[in-house]
Structures are given as C-alpha cells and as structure tokens.
Design a protein around this ligand. Structure first.
Ligand code: SF4
Ligand code: SF4
Length: 312
C-alpha cells in the first residue's frame, strides 16, 4: 500500500469514528476495535478468536470475567500465530497506592542502563529503536532537557556535565488523556496513565497534547528477537503491541502492581532512581519529597506530574 493510500485508510477510519458520539464510543460494547480479521491464512480457531477480539469492549467497561476471557484469547492467539507462550495478567490497582517517581540529578552518570532494561522489560521494537526513556547530557545551569544533548555517544560521565532523563511523567491532570477521541487512554486509580492498545486508533492526538514528549507511536509491527520476548506481560503494559498504536512508560505496570520495582529503577547502577507509594509515609519516595530539593518539569502547566527531579 502506498503512503497516500495509507493516509486515506487512516483518514476514513478517523472520519468514521468522528461521526460517533464519544460517550457512545466509550459506552458501547459493539464499537469495533481493530482491523478486520484477515481470513486468507487463519485457521478456524484463530479466525474465531480474532472476531471475538474485534468486538470486545473497552478494557474499562469489561467485567472481571470478560477481562479473563480477553487475556486467555490473547494468550491463545500468541500460541496459535507465533507459537509463543505468554502470560498476560490484568492485576488491578491496589487500595491506598499512588505511585510516584523521583530522579536524582546529582547521581545519574548517563550510563543508560535504564534505557536498555526498559527496552527488554517492555518488549520494545528493536528495529525502530523505540525508547520510552531519554537521557540528556546537560551543561551546568541547564535544567530543561530539551536544551540538552539527547544523542550523545561517548564515554560517560563527562567532566563538568550532568545527566537528566525523561519518560512519561504520569500526570494527575494529564492533557494526553483528554485529547483521545476514543477514550483509549486514561489514568488509573494508582496514578499510572495507560493505553488500551486495542482501542487506540493511532490518531496521535495524545502525543501532540503531551508537553513532555512522553508518548511513542509504533509505525511498524514490533520487531523483537523471539528469544528476547518477555513473556510476563500485563494487558495495559508490556504485551506485544499491534502495529499503529500509541505506547509509553507504564511504570512497568506488570512489575509495580506486583510489588516489584520498575526495570529502570532496578537497573540503575548509581541509585539515581527512586520509586514507591506516595501514600505510604515510610516510603523512600516520601523521604525524598520531604528531605531533598525537588522540582518538577514545567510545573506552571498545571499537569501535576508524579515524577520529581531532586538534588542531594
Ligand atoms: S507525561 Fe505526557 S504522556 Fe505522560 S501523562 Fe503527562 S501528558 Fe500524558
Ligand atoms: S493515538 Fe492517542 S489519542 Fe489517538 S486513539 Fe490512540 S491513545 Fe487515543
């Protein structure tokens, strides 16, 4: 298909969706959610599962039983189509948990171990070199990463430079979620901003609305070596995304909701990354917020990010 044809296809799907009421879009069980199943090479079981997928609800409207049916279907499809054993869970948010993240500007030395760990943990597209985290090399006095060097390629740390990383900041007042016409992206009660990939139509309005460059769009089918696929997945997290969807950091929802640290926090060799429950007065993140000099990116926007930078 040519680029023009591609654009027309996307355009007509957008126009179709524009014609529907947004409220109805979120509330209807019958709104289609993906590409029509391709009948040419599918087995009858694959085809049946694909049709069931095609008519499934928005994740937020599913009952617990429907969520279980959905992930069972996705696991079975992974087996039938790619001979891949995966476990996709739907672990919900826990009561009295609100996740927050803090980044120690004085400690980061720019090694990018976090970036590598994130790529592996979250099944990111290797061919397109998709990265949810960006690390910037900064000059003294700079505090806006957009003015730093995000493409450095040399030994680190460099004397008289410092390093700042960005990713999705999981804003409480997130402009990205408000921009989505299909309600495919929202903020969960534990503060994690998520995307239902099967409801995302790839319009990229959310990406345009994010003031922090927090979202990534996948233009092609994710390319991941078979033996490197992380089989422990979450429906709203690191499951292998279909082509043409919006993705982003989810605070490693498949780990954090099970009480584990995000992969980037675990991988950081200098301990520059702190993650935890903001509602727990004894957590390390609360200690940082209370005792360190903290600041947030572009605070004046009122987005209320749950991601702080701090200085020792
Ligand atoms: S950083 Fe961007 S993508 Fe993440 S919640 Fe905020 S506005 Fe949305
Ligand atoms: S690209 Fe973003 S705004 Fe568009 S449907 Fe997907 S999640 Fe929603």
């Amino acid at each position: 298909m040519t680029q023009d044809n591609n654009d027309k296809t996307k355009g007509s799907r957008r126009n179709f969706l524009k014609g529907l009421s947004i409220a109805a879009a979120a509330g209807s069980a019958s709104l289609v959610t993906g590409c029509l199943p391709d009948v040419s090479e599918a087995s009858s079981e694959t085809l049946k599962l694909k049709w069931q997928e095609f008519f499934k609800k928005n994740y937020r409207l599913m009952t617990a039983a429907e969520k279980e049916e959905t992930v069972a279907r996705l696991e079975r499809l992974a087996k039938l189509q790619n001979d891949r054993e995966v476990r996709i869970d739907t672990t919900p948010p826990r009561e009295k948990v609100l996740f927050g993240y803090a980044f120690n500007v004085t400690r980061c030395e720019g090694f990018m171990e976090c970036v590598t760990a994130c790529i592996k943990e979250n099944n990111l597209d290797r061919k397109a070199n998709t990265q949810y985290i960006r690390v910037f090399e900064m000059e003294p006095g700079q505090l806006d990463p957009s003015t730093g060097d995000g493409k450095y390629y040399h030994e680190v740390p460099v004397e008289n430079k410092f390093y700042m990383a960005t990713q999705c900041f999981h804003c409480e007042n997130a402009p990205c979620t408000k921009a989505c016409p299909t309600k495919a992206t929202w903020r969960e009660p534990d503060g994690i901003v998520v995307v239902d990939y099967d409801w995302c139509i790839g319009c990229r309005y959310c990406q345009a609305a994010c003031p922090y460059y927090g979202r990534r769009f996948n233009w092609g089918k994710p390319d991941i070596p078979e033996d490197e696929i992380n089989p422990r997945q979450h429906y709203l997290g690191n499951r292998v995304r279909p082509k043409g969807k919006m993705e982003k950091c989810t605070f490693c929802i498949q780990r954090s909701r099970e009480g584990r640290l995000p992969a980037c926090v675990e991988a950081c060799p200098t301990g520059a990354r702190v993650f935890g429950n903001l509602l727990d007065p004894d957590s390390e993140i609360r200690f940082v917020l209370k005792n360190k000099k903290v600041f947030r990116m572009r605070e004046e926007l009122g987005t209320d990010p749950k991601f702080w930078y701090f200085i020792d």
